[in-house]
Each structure stands twice: as structure tokens, then as C-alpha cells.
Design a protein around this ligand. Structure first.
Ligand code: ATP
Ligand code: MG
Length: 394
């Protein structure tokens, strides 16, 4: 049996909000680990995942790495806290291939007969005597190969050697709600995970244009959703079929403004249907493509009132790709697909759209009626459970 000790650094900075943040974090951990037969406990400074076994520890560790708000954690073995037991255990589990070591003990039980320094000396000395002759054996304070950490509790001692880095950030749901505009590209899934990392509880909106966008495009977005659900299983994906509106824009409006026009329409749909009192999050990035100039983003913003967050605004593509690889979305994102934005893509979209001109173009189509229709037809992709549902949907 092991116990995993969880640390949640940034939360300790949050003063009076701390209790709410802790409650949220605990709720999220419980939800994400619901499938495991474990016990989750909390005391004043820590969360503990208890009754972890050799069978489930690796899976639990992978889950914990994807829970925002946890900074690091350690897989600890639990032994009795009398000093002889500790000495024997440390000697038995000592890794001879890492002879430069230190013992780092901490007493949570202040009535323990030895103070931390005495524990370090007793245990370290026991190793030095019994491993006498091992090449390179030495105690050192810094830059050691092996740090054996001991936490003395009321009756038990927790022993661990590693601090595993987790996501950091804030617990999902602790700062508010948002809707992520999810395309099948590289950027928006990364934006989604960064938004979750800062504590935003997200839902997803995708726009497709059947029959111009095909089944693979939607399948890709559903696969990306599954990766995002590893961070928060409550995430839902809504698909909006925007074909008629897109065709109308294409037929009636100035070609060079079509990308911005379409983006404004998407935002209106999202705001009306999903984003009441929520922020909207996109994968946009300054200067990456014509629709992402500062001027274009400004005109895009003016279509709606909701706050639009763009977590990737200042990132280089390389940096975004590194994050996509780390988060596990990259290999899905690079599969070929047609995004509805790319359909009917003008040869040279305007990089400096002006609101008055955009409004003139919008007045040429009855977009409100079409938006209402899109909203009526919106589709909750969670109901797609198998290939048959999927085929029916398309
Ligand atoms: P991505 O890699 O996220 O597709 P991109 O660099 O390809 O981004 P665009 O295609 O211009 O950029 O899209 C900018 C943003 O608009 C996307 O990051 C996403 O948030 C949103 N978006 C684009 N297409 C769609 C779509 N079909 N459905 C939902 N949102 C979309
Ligand atoms: Mg795209």
C-alpha cells in the first residue's frame, strides 16, 4: 500500500479564498479518481490519496498529472514511526546506485521524541555504518543523487524519494466558466487546456459545414474532445452546422471580408446559445493568419458583448506545438481535415477590416434568421456513442 501526498502551492497564496479553492480541488480529485478503490483525505496543509496499490499507482499518477491546481505529488510508503523501523526501512530500500544522499525529515507530530535534525542523523548514520565500503557513499546537503524524505505523522512515517511535477495552475471551476471554440487545428485544443489550467470550467463549440466538411473532420474534433475530457470529464461538445450561413456569405458578401464575417457569425451563435455569463476562448494568435491581425480581432470582438480570451495570443507556433505534444493533442491535430473556415477561403483576405464596411456586408444577408436556425439545430455530440449514431448524424 502506498499513499500519495499532494501539494498545491499557488492555492496557499489565495488568502480567504483558500477554503473554496481547496474544496473545488478536492471535488475535482474525487471526480477524476472516482473509478479507483482509494480513500482521499485532507488535513490542514495537504491532500492524501490513500490505499494506492502496485496495480493502480501508475494509472492514478497519470490522472493526477492532469488535474489543475496540483503542483507536485509524491508516492510514499507508510511505515510505523518508531526510529528503529524507519532506520531499517531506509536501509533496505536504499538505492546503492545513488550513493550521494541526504535524509530530509519533517515532523508533523511535534511530540515525537526526536527533532528533525536528530532523525536525519540517526537514519543517515545507520545507512553510513551499514553500507560502509560502498563506493562514493556520502551525505551531502545539495545536489544529491538520492533524497530520502521522511514525514513523521502521529503514528506513521511516510517515506518518499521523488517529487513528481504536476500541472500547477488553479482548480477547474474555481474562477468561472467559458466556452472554447474548438476547431480541429493545433491551437484551439491547447488554448482549451491552458484555460482549464487557470481554473476555467469549459464547454466546447465546434462549427462544421456538411457536406463540405466531412466525417473525418468531425471525428477528429470528437477525438480531441476525448483528450480534453481526460482533464475534465464533464466537458461537452456542441456542433453547429453553419453551411447555409457560409454559403450565403460566400454568394453575397465581399470576398476579402469573408473570414472575419464568418468568425463574427460563429461568435454570435456561441454567445446566444452557450455563453450567457461565460467567457469565450479561442486559439487565436497575433499575426498567424489574416484573420488574426489586431484590426481583425478588434472587429471580431465587436460582434458580441462577451469577453473573449485568447490564451495563445503571444505564443510562437513552435511553443504551441511543444505544448500540444505535452498535452497529448498534437498527433490528432495534425491529421488532415477540412475546417469550415478554410472552405471558400478568399485568395487575399483583408488584414485591416473596418467595422463600417463589415456592417454593410452583413446587411446583405438575413443572418439573424439563419443563426436562429443553427441554434435550433445545434447538436450535442455527447449523444454520438457509436459509429451508427455518427453515420446518422452526418
Ligand atoms: P486552430 O489551430 O485552433 O484551428 P488556426 O491557427 O488554424 O487555429 P483559425 O483557423 O483562423 O486559426 O481559427 C482561429 C480560431 O477560431 C481557432 O483557434 C478556434 O478557436 C476558432 N475556430 C476556427 N475554426 C473553427 C471551427 N470550425 N469551429 C469552432 N471554432 C473555430
Ligand atoms: Mg484552424
Amino acid at each position: 500500500m502506498y499513499c500519495i501526498l499532494l501539494r498545491y502551492g499557488e492555492l496557499t497564496l489565495k488568502g480567504k479564498n483558500r477554503k473554496d479553492f481547496e474544496r473545488k480541488l478536492l471535488e475535482n480529485i474525487n471526480k477524476q479518481l472516482a473509478d479507483f478503490d482509494i480513500v482521499i483525505k485532507r488535513d490542514r496543509s495537504r491532500v492524501y490519496v490513500e490505499q494506492v496499490t502496485d496495480n493502480n499507482k501508475d494509472k492514478i499518477i497519470e490522472k493526477l498529472k492532469k488535474i489543475p491546481g496540483i503542483y507536485s505529488f509524491s508516492l510514499a510508503e507508510i511505515i510505523n514511526n518508531d526510529i528503529e523501523t524507519i532506520k531499517d526501512f531506509v536501509l533496505q530500500t536504499f538505492d546503492d546506485s545513488k550513493p550521494l544522499f541526504r535524509i530530509n525529515s519533517k515532523r508533523l507530530n511535534k511530540k515525537y521524541p526526536l527533532i528533525s535534525e536528530e532523525i536525519n542523523k540517526a537514519v543517515g548514520g545507520h545507512v553510513l555504518i551499514n553500507k560502509n565500503g560502498l563506493e562514493g557513499l556520502k551525505v551531502q546537503m545539495k545536489d544529491v543523487q538520492q533524497e530520502i524524505m521522511l514525514e513523521i505523522h502521529q503514528e506513521k512515517c511516510y517515506v518518499f524519494t521523488d517529487k513528481i511535477k504536476a500541472m500547477g495552475g488553479l482548480p477547474i471551476g474555481s474562477v468561472g466558466k467559458g466556452v472554447v471554440m474548438l476547431s480541429g487545428g493545433i491551437d484551439s485544443p491547447v488554448a482549451a487546456i491552458l484555460a482549464m489550467k487557470r481554473g476555467i470550467k469549459i464547454q466546447l463549440a465546434h462549427f462544421s459545414s456538411p457536406p463540405y466538411t466531412n466525417a473525418q473532420s468531425l471525428e477528429k474534433v470528437i477525438n480531441l474532445t476525448s483528450v480534453l475530457q481526460e482533464y475534465d470529464q464533464d466537458i461537452k461538445l456542441n456542433d453547429f452546422q453553419i453551411t447555409d450561413l457560409q454559403v450565403a456569405i460566400n454568394k453575397n458578401c465581399n470576398e476579402r471580408m469573408q473570414v472575419v464575417l464568418l468568425r463574427r457569425m460563429m461568435l454570435r451563435v456561441v454567445e446566444n446559445v452557450m455563453a450567457k455569463h461565460k467567457v469565450i476562448i479561442t486559439g487565436e494568435n497575433i499575426g498567424q493568419v489574416a484573420s488574426q491581425t489586431l484590426e481583425a480581432m478588434e472587429v471580431t470582438n465587436q460582434a458580441i458583448e462577451s469577453l473573449i480570451l485568447r490564451p495563445l495570443l503571444t505564443y510562437d507556433k513552435e511553443e504551441i506545438i511543444t505544448l500540444a505534444q505535452r498535452f497529448g493533442t498534437y498527433l490528432i491535430s495534425i491529421k488532415p481535415f477540412d475546417d469550415c473556415c478554410v472552405l471558400f477561403m478568399p485568395k487575399s483576405p483583408t488584414t485591416k477590416p473596418k467595422l463600417d464596411k463589415i456592417l454593410i456586408e452583413e446587411s446583405k444577408i438575413d443572418y439573424m434568421t439563419m443563426i436562429e436556425q443553427i441554434e435550433r439545430d445545434q447538436y450535442d455530440c455527447q449523444t454520438i456513442k457509436d459509429q451508427k449514431d455518427f453515420n446518422n448524424y452526418l
